[in-house]
Design a binder for this molecule. Structure first.
Ligand code: CP
Length: 309
């Protein structure tokens, strides 16, 4: 398959065969992670700018590791280390970065649509590492890749996405991708943390966690985005943890060996019981490992616009 896309702004741009090509490429890079020397010269001489205007541990570091393992030169820019804090606009930032002729820019920004804005102003590939509440395509790809590795097939499985859906770009991208791959998706959240648009998504919506979790194959807990809460949406954190925090009694209602996912960072004891986050059926750290190989696959495909190694 020849890779035709310049940018990755959301998973809606991808077809099922393209998602499978990303998984296949990531699967081949997985073998590299087990070698003593984890580096190949595939992207030698190419450069990637990691422009993160919001905090990140997993996404930024895994793109950095991914780029370096492919021998690309990676350059980091954060909000506090950039001229954004001096009032420089995103347009001028885009033109400035473009003038340095990178092969790709990976961007996280607090505004929905920021990645699209950037992609229209630069010639290089833009990979969206999270824009406002809109999308987090690389997270959704690594989540589905993790489940695909675990089960061999996501189609036919029932996956519950639980928690702060209103503020979650992870939930939006995951609903698109999981349904495209043939999974049945359930959402569970308090009414104040459920966007009205969710009622028209191809999902089943629950407000009672005991009902929502019954018979599911996997639960994806979402981080409660305390920094994005508006007054009145969440009057009592302890009440939220009691009603919507995933605990052992919920897991008993799900299918045996139900898989637990969380994009991180975790608020332990709020959206998920701490022991459950560390249990044998938790895939949380597998998600992090998948993040490296999926992002290696994406850098390879987008920076070479090839589909074969
Ligand atoms: N899941 C995720 O995007 O984590 P970071 O904010 O640490 O990158």
């Amino acid at each position: 398959m020849k890779w035709l896309h310049k940018d990755l702004l959301d998973v809606s741009q991808l077809s099922r065969p393209e998602v499978m090509a990303i998984f296949e490429t990531a699967g081949r890079f997985q073998e590299l992670q087990e070698r003593p020397v984890k580096k190949v010269p595939t992207l030698k001489g190419r450069s990637v700018i990691l422009f993160f205007a919001e905090p990140s541990t997993r996404t930024k570091t895994s793109f950095d590791v991914a780029g370096k393992r492919l021998s690309a030169d990676t350059f980091s820019l954060t909000k506090s280390s950039s001229s954004l804090i001096k009032g420089e606009t995103l347009k001028d930032t885009a033109l400035t970065l473009q003038a340095m002729a990178p092969d790709a820019i990976v961007m996280r920004h607090w505004c929905s649509g920021a990645a699209r804005f950037l992609s229209r102003r630069v010639e290089c590939s833009v990979i969206n590492a999270g824009d406002g509440r809109h999308a987090h395509p690389t997270q959704a790809l690594l989540d589905s890749f993790t489940l695909h590795q675990e089960w061999g097939e996501v189609a036919g499985k029932t996956i519950l996405i639980l928690g702060d859906i209103a503020h979650s770009r992870v939930a939006r991208s995951n609903v698109l991708l999981l349904t495209m791959l043939g999974a049945r998706v359930r959402l569970c959240a308090p009414r104040t943390l459920l966007p009205p648009a969710a009622r028209s998504w191809p999902v089943t919506v629950y407000s009672d966690l005991n009902e929502a979790v019954r018979g599911v194959d996997a639960v994806m807990c979402l981080r409660l985005q305390l920094e994005r809460q508006q007054d009145g949406l969440l009057p009592d954190l302890r009440e939220y943890a009691r009603t919507y925090g995933l605990g052992p009694r919920h897991v008993e209602l799900a299918r045996p060996e139900v898989k637990i996912l969380h994009p991180g960072p975790i608020n332990r004891g709020v959206e998920i019981n701490s022991e459950l986050a560390d249990c044998a059926d938790s895939l949380i750290l597998d998600q992090v490992s998948s993040g490296v190989v999926v992002r290696m696959a994406l850098l390879f495909l987008y920076m070479t616009r090839k589909g074969e190694m």
